[in-house]
Write a protein of this length. Structure first.
Length: 307
């Protein structure tokens, strides 16, 4: 069972339909392109939802490392929004229900938290579990974004995973939960969106769309993405205007495109991260010039992505 000190029910668990899929997105480590942030906000704003329960901030958060924001107006404090980590019952665009675990990634009690999530999954007889994450990679924004898929659902990994490294990775709480779910032979899939390195610090709508499309393929859930797609078109138009008059930036993106296309065509280049000599270029080599250009804060992408 789950730890009731950690999870506070907002509704009786007996009232939650059994056998639903679970979708998860926790912000924190390397949320490149603001993928998890966008997905969490978009799903809770765009879809009907009801809170199942919340997790105890005082046990999970280091407030001094991630100080919450108070609104101050002239002489007094006027508002405070408590950090949130919650489980919600949500309906997709067609009215199909699913469970949505969203909010911040905890600082503490990872093992206890993972056991609590597994307890909830068991109690609610969750059918499948899927989660989203994003990391910066030297890939071009002019090509479809890829994903790396982990978990024990071979049908999903075989169909969608475009980069399959063998390496150590910095862990997240969702990695630990996925690992425990695999031990329990529960169907699980984690989607890591590969976001262009030079756009990692922006809110990149197309990356959020890629995350939602991946969850759709794993669950069959349908998400409304029209407004995200419109934002994505505007975002890419802004990027194009920033790049079109800068020859060096055009060469940089062309180089990324060649590596990407070679890899996707299953040619000699073993990874979109490697050059023809098999060397992995550093993030600085790939992204510094475009990052510096965008950092000048000319009217366009650098400012519009903060809105």
């Amino acid at each position: 069972m789950f730890d009731d000190r950690l999870f506070r029910e907002a509704m009786e668990l007996s009232d939650v339909p059994k056998g639903l899929p679970l979708v998860a997105g926790l912000t924190g480590f390397a949320d490149a392109g603001g993928v998890v942030t966008q997905v969490n906000r978009y799903l809770l704003d765009a879809l009907e939802s009801e809170r199942v329960g919340t997790f105890n901030n005082d046990l999970l958060m280091d407030y001094r490392a991630r100080r919450p924001v108070f609104q101050f107006e002239e002489t007094h404090l006027t508002s405070y929004e408590s950090p949130r980590l919650s489980l919600d019952l949500v309906q997709d665009e067609l009215g199909s229900p699913f469970l949505f675990l969203s909010g911040y990634e905890p600082d503490f009690l990872w093992e206890t938290m993972s056991q609590t999530i597994l307890g909830l999954i068991d109690s609610l007889e969750v059918s499948t579990s899927s989660w989203v994450h994003a990391i910066p990679m030297p890939v071009p924004h002019t090509r479809s974004l890829g994903v790396t898929v982990s978990g024990n659902r071979e049908d999903i990994t075989d169909a969608l995973s475009v980069w399959r490294p063998t390496t150590g990775v910095p862990g997240t709480l969702m990695h630990l939960i996925e690992y425990r779910l695999q031990e329990a032979e529960h169907p699980t899939a984690g989607f890591v969106v590969l976001v262009p390195h030079y756009l990692a610090d922006t809110q990149f709508p197309d990356a959020a769309i890629t995350a939602l499309q991946s969850v759709t393929k794993a669950t069959g859930l349908i998400f409304p993405t029209d407004s995200l797609r419109e934002s994505g078109r505007e975002f890419l138009t802004g990027i194009g205007k920033q790049v079109e008059d800068n020859t060096e930036l055009e060469k940089l993106i062309e180089s990324l495109e060649k590596r990407h296309d070679s890899y996707m065509e299953d040619n000699a280049v073993p990874s979109p991260l490697m050059d023809a000599d098999g060397e992995v270029p550093s993030a600085d080599m790939i992204g510094t010039e475009l990052e510096n250009f965008l950092a000048k804060r000319h009217p366009g992408v650098a400012e519009s992505t903060e809105d």
